[in-house]
Design a protein around this ligand. Structure first.
Ligand code: ZN
Ligand code: ZN
Length: 432
């Protein structure tokens, strides 16, 4: 799979140099044995560490037995936060382990915990996904919730990925449906990247955007064809697209190609500042957030684009941010104004001109017209058994929660999205 991507590392039409450090991708029957052979050939097998959770320990043990190495088991459904990373790091330190390579044996959170610790402690890791649930397996960033705030950290990409058909295909269908949600979110992620390119000239790599488009098309057709999510090869088709999306992020060096307004909304819900905690999976939240973002964008298609008038100082007024984010306020302001509280030029909103949308009306409308409808996305997600209403994932269902989510989720990240422009406009003027 990486062959056609490797050529992007030697020269890309966008003029930037991309790098790819994941050299081997093995997906199929027998991938577990290939993983064992790979580690024996390249690393000190006895010093490997298989990181899993209570759900995936059954897959970790045979690998550890074959290598003669240790496993570290997190609690079931462990979150990627400062508590779990500290547990893993202190296990390594208290046992004076010199880890030759770690294997992330699990789904998204186990990968983020492992990749974060591998990066912090300076050892490589290998991805061994046990479900087709998220696209972060091969990315180079770790999505962590540190002290309550959802943050993306620069981190290590895996040296290789091994996905065994007999493992990830047997995961509960809910996990695969979550993977579909994560890919469905790329519709709005890609849209936001194009908007940022258009409005503030943010660099956009057309080759990487094409990889994301391929991932979207792959999942979309797999979910729409006869048999859909019930067909035997569905998990395989989903995991291929998830890996492609993760490689696109790795090539770009950040999550921009795969994360826009929909991810910000999902991350907002994960911070629990305006809602009770929910057990929903990452991709479930992303899929649902995509529907809500599309509904907002659909409304724009029917009207004229608004004139925006943004005063960054007022958008990031501490009292205003505190009213929603509470004790996370300082972290949110730091994220949006990385140059410091009064360094407004460090906000991506700083260069937004009042006529930025109207001046580019034809192209913005063209991008909006290229998005699928919220109804169509609802149909696809429903067909896979994924949640499509807030109530299904135990979030408040009223319009006021949808409004708070739309206005305040763009504060999660200093990254330009159309929702971020609209949100700032609402904060300034009360309405678009
Ligand atoms: Zn490029
Ligand atoms: Zn995601």
């Amino acid at each position: 799979m990486t062959e056609d991507l490797k050529k992007l590392t030697s020269g890309c039409s966008c003029g930037k140099k991309h790098s790819l450090s994941t050299s081997d991708i093995v997906v199929g029957v027998g991938a577990t044995q290939k993983l064992i052979d790979y580690i024996k050939e390249r690393y000190d097998a006895a010093s490997a560490l298989i990181v899993c959770d209570a759900n995936t320990e059954k897959y970790a043990r045979p690998i550890a037995d074959a290598l003669g190495c240790r496993t570290f088991t997190h609690v079931a459904d462990a979150r990627a936060n400062e508590i779990e990373t500290a547990r893993l790091t202190s296990y390594i330190k208290s046992n004076s382990l010199s880890v030759s390579v770690a294997v992330a044996c699990g789904s998204g959170c186990i990968h983020d915990i492992t990749r974060y610790c591998a990066y912090e402690n300076g050892f490589p890791f290998i991805s061994y996904p046990t479900a087709a649930s998220v696209d972060g397996f091969v990315s180079g960033v770790a999505a962590m919730t540190m002290h309550g705030q959802k943050l993306t950290y620069p981190s290590a990409s895996p040296d290789a990925l091994f996905a065994d058909d007999d493992v990830y295909s047997k995961a509960p269908p809910r996990l695969t449906a979550s993977g579909v949600g994560d890919i469905i979110g790329k519709f709005t992620a890609l849209f936001d990247w194009e908007i940022a390119h258009l409005i503030i000239g943010e660099h956009l790599c057309p080759e990487i955007a094409l990889l994301i488009r391929r991932a979207i098309d792959g999942v979309y057709s797999a979910a729409s064809e006869a048999g859909g999510a019930n067909s035997k090869d569905f998990p395989r088709r989903v995991i291929d697209c998830l890996i492609l999306s993760g490689l696109a992020m790795q090539l770009m060096g950040n999550s921009r190609p795969a994360s826009g307004a929909e991810h910000h909304m999902a991350h907002f819900w994960e911070m629990h500042v305006a809602n009770p905690p929910t057990d929903a999976l990452h991709g479930e939240k992303v899929g649902l957030a995509t529907i809500l973002v599309l509904k907002r964008l659909e409304a724009l298609r029917k009207s004229h684009l608004p004139r925006v008038d943004i005063d960054v100082a007022r958008v990031f007024n501490k009292n205003k941010v505190y009213s929603v984010y509470g004790e996370l306020t300082d972290g949110i302001i730091k994220e949006n104004l990385p140059g410091g509280q009064n360094e407004y030029t460090s906000s991506v909103l700083y260069n937004i001109r009042p006529d930025c949308l109207i001046k580019n009306e034809e192209r913005v409308m063209g991008l909006l017209a290229g998005l699928p409808s919220s109804g169509e996305i609802t149909r696809v997600l429903k067909g896979c058994g994924a949640p499509t209403t807030l109530g299904e994932i135990d979030l408040p269902q009223g319009d006021s929660f949808k409004q708070i989510s739309a206005i305040y989720s763009p504060y999660v990240r200093n990254r330009l999205t159309l929702m971020k422009i609209l949100s700032a406009n609402i904060v300034m003027h009360g309405d678009v």
